[in-house]
Design a protein around this ligand. Structure first.
Ligand code: F3S
Length: 736
């Protein structure tokens, strides 16, 4: 009979389906008649319709059936509010929500956690009740960082997962993929890793080669004999940071190191099942890649990347020179290890081995030193096994099991804003202001080993491989190579129970949202299309030049309102430059004739029953794929966004929210539209795929221009528009 192996110990009734991969691949192989990469095998193994699906690598949109969904607490708020609008009473695939992003680092773990619980209580209450209601797993604040919890409990070889966080690809360390039909970049690892070189250095090197754009639209697939010398958690570190080169995801083939990790996290059954299907969990012999890279691990040096960008890769031996040549502040203020990227048992053990050596010579860290465990399980285990004590003994402060300084949740007090200074982290991102909101902070990224060693020198010019430090006895000493167990020899200590499974009786659960809350608000469905040809619409703003999702929906303090559409909409397009006057957030209200802020004028139109349009320049909506950038204009009564061109994800997001995303067929026609025009959109009544529309731009002086517009809606997307949004359509289907 069919093998039934649960995907997770926490979800005993949802099973891994390797047979579907096998069956799908039989069909796909017959069609493609060529060897497949591992990425292709897992992605095509999850096709909804392998017989009829178009399959052109790097081109086709694929309809896929993912195995699970993972959300963190910042993005989950709007995602769940939207899910509620879809009218379903339970999630279609196993899903978990993780409370990690809202916890600010101030003084240390337990106190910071309690403070976060007080500040964010209503958000946590909402998430706890909504997950209970709709059958989602809920990981409470203090449980740890999403990607570590996923690796410890949910990731499995050959799985397909979608996540609401950039570093979801972390699960590639356990052979799991996260979406799309991208190109495939192969990274061939030869040689053997040793000494100060760690898995982190593989990705720091790859980032240097490929740059922050090099992975865009691609899955990075690792292979080669060098894999055998990488731990599973180390492979996860490499996959995690694939996000820094823009990769869709990164992936490793199933091997015995993954099996070891599955065994250590009490999932031997999955290890055995994966072993039996291991032929599907690696690339075919002779599979072709769109691009290939080769790295010899035996020759790979530790690297330090940064400042301000993760692809500025400098080998450790050349780093001192780089610091001096570039005038980077040499004094190291803070060294930070941990995060979702580098907080495994192995990472902590190796860092502790360095701390112990220093302590043996009577040294504490010179720089401030923080430790962020990635999960309660790792925290409890390193507490039991002594690594935590070793790190605290030298002055390390253990922060909460949460994102903390990595996402800027850091109440940093040791330098003033604007003061140039250096920090070094084992995290992934280091762009300007990411960690402490100080644009003058030079943030460097390295392995936890290098970060820890640097903390003792307090100086970026220190090279632990070649330089000595002076012990308390006045004698110089050099660090030995760091060492540490890959997995805890006595097994993991689960620590406190921080998981809330969905209750058996979900009908009686009430989702907690206070109507007076300024952080959360239930969503009301958007109105369906009224069937009319739009005429005489004002132009809210003719945006000039770059208009990214950050210009459309700013971050920073606004992120607090992610669960409250009305409040966050007050940032709508406030960063866009008005072509009329070259200013941001200053537009003419075409009814009153007065100038005002963009959100205020938009709301004024909406409240007077007037729909409006936005005119945009090239690549409108580029940047991070922020959902709110599409929700806000819709909420404020916009009908169409008309541009020279769109960033693809934002264009799709607009369609999902029931907005018209239209482009000038002749991009120069952008010039013909004047900010004070009233416009008609002709052809909407016969909206069909591939059929153009016409913009009639009626100028103040009585003249007009007729401008041809194109769109990229398919049948399904047109139905979203007519229903008012994709969720409205789902809700209608759920009811039927
Ligand atoms: Fe959190 Fe930083 Fe990872 S924000 S999820 S620890 S990238």
């Amino acid at each position: 009979g069919a093998t039934k192996v649960p995907m997770s110990l926490l979800e005993p009734n949802a099973y891994i389906n390797y047979q579907r991969i096998e069956d799908n691949l039989a069909i796909v192989r017959e069609r493609l008649k060529r060897p497949l990469t591992l990425s292709e095998k897992i992605v095509y193994g999850h096709l909804d319709d392998p017989v009829n699906q178009d399959i052109e690598r790097g081109t086709s949109y694929l309809k896929l059936r993912p195995d699970r969904v993972a959300c963190q607490d910042a993005t989950a708020q709007m995602a769940i509010l939207q899910f509620m609008s879809a009218g379903m009473d339970t999630a279609a695939v196993p899903t978990t929500v993780h409370c990690d992003h809202l916890i600010e680092a101030q003084v240390g773990g337990a106190k910071d956690l309690q403070r976060a619980i007080n500040i964010n209580r209503e958000v946590y209450d909402f998430l706890a009740t909504a997950t209970a209601k709709y059958g989602l797993g809920f990981w409470k604040p203090g449980s740890g960082i999403i990607h570590q919890i996923i690796l410890e409990n949910y990731a499995f070889p050959g799985g397909l997962m979608i996540g609401t966080d950039s570093h979801t690809p972390n699960a590639g360390g356990l052979g799991m993929v996260a979406c799309g039909c991208p190109k495939v970049i192969g990274v061939n690892l030869t040689g053997k890793i040793s000494g100060w070189t760690s898995p982190k250095d593989v990705i720091l090197k790859v980032a240097g080669i490929l740059t922050v754009k090099g992975g865009t639209g691609a899955i990075v697939e690792y292979k080669g004999p060098g894999l055998q010398s990488l731990s599973c958690t180390g492979m996860a570190t490499i996959c995690n940071m694939g996000a820094e080169i823009g990769a869709t995801t990164s992936l490793f083939p199933f091997n015995n190191r993954m099996a070891d990790y599955l065994n250590a996290t009490r999932r031997s059954e999955i290890a055995q099942y994966a072993q039996r299907f291991s032929h599907n969990l690696k690339a075919d012999e002779g599979a072709e890649y769109d691009h290939e890279i080769e790295i010899n691990l035996s020759e790979l040096e530790p690297h330090i990347n940064g400042p301000f960008t993760p692809d500025l890769a400098t080998p450790l031996s050349k780093f001192k020179n780089a610091v001096e040549k570039n005038g980077w502040p040499a004094e190291l203020k803070v060294a930070l290890i941990g995060s979702c990227t580098n907080s495994s048992y192995e990472d902590m053990s190796r860092a502790a081995s360095i701390a112990k050596q220093a302590k043996d010579h009577g040294l504490d860290t010179k720089s401030k030193f923080t430790v962020t465990p990635g999960s309660e399980q790792v925290r409890a285990t390193i507490e039991r096994d002594g690594q935590m004590a070793a790190l605290e003994n030298v002055g390390g402060v253990v922060l909460a099991n949460a994102c903390g300084p990595c996402i800027g949740q850091w109440d940093r007090r040791d330098v003033k804003k604007g003061e140039a200074n250096s920090i070094i982290t084992s995290y992934n991102r280091n762009f300007t202001g990411r960690n402490d909101a100080n644009p003058a902070t030079h943030a460097f990224v390295a392995s936890p080993d290098v970060v820890t060693a640097m903390a003792f020198a307090g100086d970026l010019r220190f090279n632990p491989l070649t330089d000595s430090l002076t012990g308390a006895d006045g004698k110089p000493f050099k660090f030995d190579d760091p060492s540490g167990n890959e997995l805890p020899p006595r097994g993991y200590d689960p620590g406190q129970d921080t998981f809330q499974p969905p209750p058996a009786d979900r009908a009686s659960v009430l989702v907690a949202v206070d109507p007076k809350s300024d952080r959360l608000q239930f969503l009301k469905p958007f109105a369906p299309w009224d069937g009319k040809t739009p005429t005489d619409l004002p132009i809210l703003i003719k945006a000039q030049g770059k208009c990214t999702t950050d210009h459309i929906s700013a971050g920073g303090p606004w992120l607090k309102y992610r669960g409250h559409l009305e409040n966050i909409s007050q940032n709508c397009l406030i960063g866009a430059i008005n072509a009329e006057n070259g200013e941001a957030n200053k537009i003419k209200n075409q009814i009153t004739g007065e100038y005002g802020g963009v959100p205020q004028v938009a709301a004024h139109y909406r409240d007077h029953g007037i729909k409006w349009v936005v005119i945009g320049d090239h690549n409108y909506g580029e940047g991070s794929s922020r959902e709110h950038a599409a929700l806000e204009p819709r909420f404020l009564g916009g009908l169409a966004i008309i541009t020279r061109s769109f960033a693809r994800i934002h264009e799709t997001n607009l369609k999902k929210q029931g907005m018209l995303a239209l482009t000038f067929i002749n991009p120069d026609d952008y010039e013909k539209v004047r900010p004070s025009d009233r416009v008609d959109i002709l052809g909407l009544e016969s909206f069909a795929p591939g059929k153009n529309m016409t913009l009639v731009a009626k100028h103040e002086d009585g003249t007009k221009d007729e401008i041809p517009l194109a769109h990229s809606f398919n049948e399904g997307q047109i139905a979203w528009f007519k229903a008012g949004s994709a969720l409205n359509l789902m809700a209608a289907k759920a009811k039927a």
